[in-house]
Design a protein around this ligand. Structure first.
Ligand SMILES: *Cc1c(COP(=O)(O)O)cnc(C)c1O
Length: 217
């Protein structure tokens, strides 16, 4: 099943759109099967789960962190992840920079945009993104490469479209600012029920869990 699901999605994705397997609550073996079927990026929400999966799957895939990253987990995170998609505060940014300086690497990151301006969710409000980017732009061991957004959850994916549109507009505007050290390359948006709409609105990374692995138990 996992193999067929991955192949089907890969066939369907337009050129230039990358598939991420969102792997929370899946076993390392399930993730391995997705990797063998052609998944090249795995997204993890929790450090412990990621470590277990990384020990089995290793560098066959790229690892993206997509959960809420606590500062006391950053040290471990910078050891295994190829990208952190959920940078959402100056404090977290500084910690990533510090830990990456210690292990001599530069971490590509995406800024999480709270496109629904939902109080209970993490992420930078769209209107604060420019100032935030300028604030973290001096950090030498972290490289901002784009945006990630969740958007509010809806039964009908059409309802998510305005949030994707707004995030893409912001992405394009920030890109034209040509800020030093900033390379706006990735726009990570869309999940199982909304990824087609997200692609229509400019996503180039889609984060898919259920459609690959089945319903979470
Ligand atoms: C779980 C999760 C996904 C994937 O959700 P599905 O609906 O199972 O495709 C995508 N992004 C994030 C940040 C997630 O936590």
């Amino acid at each position: 099943m996992i193999e067929e699901n991955v192949k089907k999605i890969l066939q369907e994705l337009p050129q230039g759109v990358e598939l991420m397997a969102a792997a929370k609550a899946r076993t390392p073996e399930e993730i391995m099967r997705a990797a063998q079927a052609g998944v090249k990026i795995v997204g993890e929400n929790y450090i412990q789960e990621a470590l277990a999966a990384f020990n089995v799957v290793g560098h066959r895939v790229k690892w993206h962190f997509i959960g809420h990253l606590q500062r006391n987990k950053v040290k471990k995170a910078v050891e295994i992840f190829d990208m952190i998609e959920t940078v959402d505060s100056p404090e977290l940014s500084k910690e990533i920079d510090k830990r990456c300086n210690q292990c001599k690497r530069i971490m590509p990151v995406l800024i999480e945009i709270n496109s629904g301006r939902e109080k209970q969710k993490f992420g930078i409000f769209p209107e604060d993104a420019e100032d935030f980017i300028k604030e973290i732009s001096g950090l030498k061991n972290m490289k901002t490469e784009g945006f990630m957004t969740m958007g509010p959850m809806f039964g009908d994916p059409e309802d998510a479209r305005p949030y994707f549109v707004e995030t893409k507009k912001l992405f394009d505007r920030i890109k034209t600012l040509n800020l030093p050290g900033l390379e706006m390359k990735y726009l990570s948006m869309g999940m199982t029920n909304s990824y087609q709409v997200a692609i229509e609105e400019g996503a180039n990374i889609v984060r898919i869990g259920t459609k690959i692995f089945g319903e979470r138990g």
